[in-house]
Ligand binder design. Sequence first.
Ligand code: PHE
Length: 350
Amino acid sequence: MENQNLQVLVADAETALKSVSTKSQWEQIKATFLGPNGSLTQFAKGIGSVPKEERPAFGKSLNQAKGKVETFFKSKLTHLEDLEDIKSLGECIDPTLPASPTFSGGLHPLTKTKRRIISIFRKIGFTVAEASEVETEWFCFDALNTPDDHPARDEQDTLFFPSSSEWANVSRKKKESYLLRTHTSSVQIRTLLKEKPPLRIIAPGRCFRRDTVDATHSANFHQTEGLFVDQNVTVKDLKGVLDYFLRELFGGKIETRLRPSFFPFTEPSFEVDLKVPDLGKLSNKWIEIMGCGMVDPEVLGLVGVDSDEWTGFAFGLGIERVTMLLHGIDDIRHFYQNDQRFLSQFSSQV
Ligand code: PHE
């Protein structure tokens, strides 16, 4: 009998809580079940009239019923408090406002230029070649027909590593055989030793010179080398390829000219000048943009390529220089200072 009544009480509590929607209603209903005069409390008082031997069972059922009812009230309270939280948040959040901006990072301007250069040359069959930034004197100079007395080989111009004997005895001065490459032209030699012509490669990468840093010089900079070797290649092919490249980069209305120059590993050698109609302060002015020339037969012979059968051209351009021209950047140091105000201007991906 008592058990049945208890079950009814528990069920009543559950039903009564369903219609509760505020904390004060919850308090009131709670008092009617669990308060000093609540129905469960009253029920407990009836223990006096229960026969002695039935009292333990009565007490057990009572405690179970009380536990259930308390759990109902607890979970209802949590639910009511959650609703209150959601309501108060809803009052201060305007879901129609735009989301706060997220910073997703971006590519460095030099990486972007490098990628643009690669994609332009890829369209005409060039592949990318890479080589180490630490180079031997032979690859950097000797194999490129650059004599011992050339200024590039001077300690003032090149970052040499001490030879192993010098590591042991630092005071002994001796001409070094390892250095940080001063240009990407060493990749010409590495490629010619690895691959048989015909070949077309570009070799973008980091170079190093013992330069004093100023607005246009950095001891650490980037170049892109180009090498094209095939049968019957002439200066006309060189000019055609470079014109195509510069048009893709600076627009269709540019003019170019080849001006005689000298590099030990190309013969003849040229500087490429460029005139762009809309380039800020440099509009319609001749600007020197890159070095190039026909690969010297001496160089081909040295790496075992028959220069009667194969001819080629090579070129080299500074990635910093091109980026500065494209974007009107006046100081090379901006590239290396990691200033977000500068870098974020280039952060959208190409
Ligand atoms: N390596 C030369 C430099 O650093 C550029 C160059 C490359 C010139 C290829 C001709 C051919 O100045």
